[in-house]
Design a protein around this ligand. Sequence first.
Ligand SMILES: Cc1cc2nc3c(=O)[nH]c(=O)nc-3n(C[C@H](O)[C@H](O)[C@H](O)COP(=O)(O)O)c2cc1C
Length: 143
Amino acid sequence: MKVVIVYSSRYGNGKKCVDVVEARFKAKGHSVEVLAAGQADPAQIPPADLYIFSGATEAFGLAKPIKQYLSGLPELSGRRYALINTHGMKKARGLPRMEKILSGKRMVKAAEIDFQVGDGTDKGNGLPSGFEARLSGWVDRLG
Ligand SMILES: Cc1cc2nc3c(=O)[nH]c(=O)nc-3n(C[C@H](O)[C@H](O)[C@H](O)COP(=O)(O)O)c2cc1C
């Protein structure tokens, strides 16, 4: 299957998640294209069997680049997507924000995963131990 991942990541926590997900899908023989939200045109999103959108919670909402990208998508009726969110506080506030935008695009949610980050976050090292295994298991359940 073809997987397209679109992410934004200020410090690298979310990018580390994307790297694990990309590697796992590729190891399973899938084709993966990764796009940075701030540099890609949502109107030109490539066709895919599964979309993965990844962005951090910021300011009690969603980081701007991924928010702008998702808002700019055309209607993608019936297309499957999965979400990744990292957040410093307890609640994964970015997830419902992403879901709300994408249900407006008539997309269908397949899965979501989130990680609360801790020490080292601003160096991209805030993810909890074992995040790679959790993400790999998540990918395996997606296909
Ligand atoms: C400007 C800014 C605002 C943030 N606001 C929140 C917030 O409201 N709630 C929260 O849980 N985390 C907040 N965070 C923490 C980020 O969600 C966390 O550091 C995340 O892992 C960053 O991911 P990234 O390295 O992929 O950009 C904020 C971080 C920044 C830089």
